[in-house]
Design a protein around this ligand. Structure first.
Ligand code: UDP
Length: 403
């Protein structure tokens, strides 16, 4: 039961989670997204489903099926919503809808509450059969391409509410809006404590030198994650401080651009033996956990970021994280307190050197970072927030909501 989180997650979250579970007991909840592996949404759903079931909600998770053309269009949609100038023509919008229509025939859409994740399945609202429908947007909507955003808004307006990770992403979609940041699960294989033996095994398997500091970025090969910028920062540091750089990533089935970006990264890394590009198969959770624990400094140098689960994952391991000052990263990194925020390659290089040269400061930041994640970004708080939003919507119009 959720009592396994006692002593780890804040008690207030567990109490409220139980109470909300009692109120919503036996109701059905359906999550729909577009991949079961790769990226933050799948990561969260894998961990949240058992918790929802444990507190008494009958929960299902369905995944949209689409072909290469569909995922190519939805990746473009994702990019334009995060600010890239790419044209989405009428044919593409029609195909987006058509694939959703086919999925609606295949999927059982009946549930008391339906959480639709991101733009890929947003048109499913046209096939709503009842219940409370919530659009959960995980992407960075701080500076979207306007006409694409307006088109998405025409779907959103049919939802009962939308949920954004960060207040500044809320786009006045014409629905009730909730701000709910994502989270990590401290008990997941990706985040649990590891023994020295487990760490050593991973170090040996990847052939990572014990005597040199390790810089690490874990993320899909996506230009918004700026892997090339990370290599540039590493090269600037390397002139003064010896270190190795590990870029760990794996493909997501809904991200067709990954292979192209990976090739760009390989070309840019050239034949530097101290840059290690690790292609991890899906569900390499223990390896990611170990790499984050073995790293001296962790980067998430994104230039756009919905939330950046990798930041909280790294902070949970007591690491000082250097993150791009974008999207959900500043929610997690309080500059100079729980990590460093940077705006450029030079900024990243400067902070890497500062942390390498001052291990005491890095350790203090790491300790504060872990506590900050404990208070704010664990899955128990996140599940509590979803249930609160749902319960509020079920009781809308009431002045007092009893728990
Ligand atoms: N991840 C993974 N393997 C990889 C790269 C990333 O399991 O090779 C995980 C990572 O640990 C994190 C999630 O995928 O849990 C990425 O979530 P984030 O919010 O950082 O970025 P997104 O991919 O959703 O944009």
């Amino acid at each position: 039961m959720i009592s396994r989180y006692a002593g780890i997650a804040p008690a207030r979250d567990l109490i409220l989670l139980r109470k909300l579970g009692e109120k919503l007991q036996g109701k059905t909840l359906l999550h729909i997204n577009s991949t079961r592996a790769g990226g933050g949404v799948a990561e969260i759903l894998h961990r949240m489903l058992p918790i929802l079931k444990e507190v008494g909600i009958e929960t299902r998770w369905e995944v949209l099926e689409g072909d290469e053309r569909f995922f190519d269009i939805t990746k473009k949609l994702h990019n334009t919503l995060q600010g890239d100038a790419v044209t989405i023509d009428e044919d593409m919008w029609q195909y987006h809808f058509e694939v959703n229509r086919k999925n609606a025939e295949r999927l059982d859409l009946e549930a008391d509450a339906v959480l639709i994740h991101d733009p890929q399945p947003v048109p499913l609202i046209a096939f709503k059969k009842g219940g409370t429908w919530i659009w959960r947007c995980h992407i960075d909507l701080s500076a979207p391409c306007r006409d694409v955003c307006s088109r998405i808004a025409t779907y959103c307006q049919k939802y009962d509410a939308s949920v954004f990770s960060v207040a500044k992403f809320a786009q006045a979609m014409g629905t009730e809006e909730f701000i709910i940041p994502p989270s990590i699960d401290p008990l997941a294989e990706k985040n649990r404590e590891l023994s020295d033996g487990e760490l050593q095994e991973v170090r040996d398997r990847f052939g990572l030198d014990k005597n040199r500091p390790i810089l690490l970025q874990v993320s899909r090969f996506d230009r918004f994650k700026d892997p090339v910028g990370v290599i540039k920062a590493y090269r600037a540091v390397k002139k003064y401080n010896d270190c190795i750089l590990v870029l760990a990533g794996s493909p997501a089935t809904d991200d067709p651009e990954g292979a192209i970006v990976l090739q760009e990264v390989r070309d840019y890394a050239a034949d530097d033996p101290d840059i290690r590009i690790l292609l991890l198969p899906p569900f390499s959770d223990m390896d990611i956990n170990a790499l984050q624990r073995l790293a001296t400094i962790i980067l998430q140098k994104s230039v756009r970021e919905g939330f950046g689960l990798t930041v909280s994952e790294a902070m949970w391991k007591g690491k000082a994280v250097i993150g791009g000052a974008t999207g959900g990263i500043p929610l997690q990194i309080l500059h100079g307190v729980t990590g460093f925020l940077v705006h450029s390659v030079d900024g990243a290089a400067f902070r890497i050197r500062q942390l390498l040269n001052d291990p005491e400061m890095a350790a203090k930041i790491g300790t504060d970072a872990k506590e900050y994640v404990r208070q704010n970004f664990l899955i128990t708080r996140h599940t509590r927030d979803y249930l609160s939003a749902w319960y509020c919507l079920e009781n809308s119009g009431k002045d007092v909501i009893e728990l």
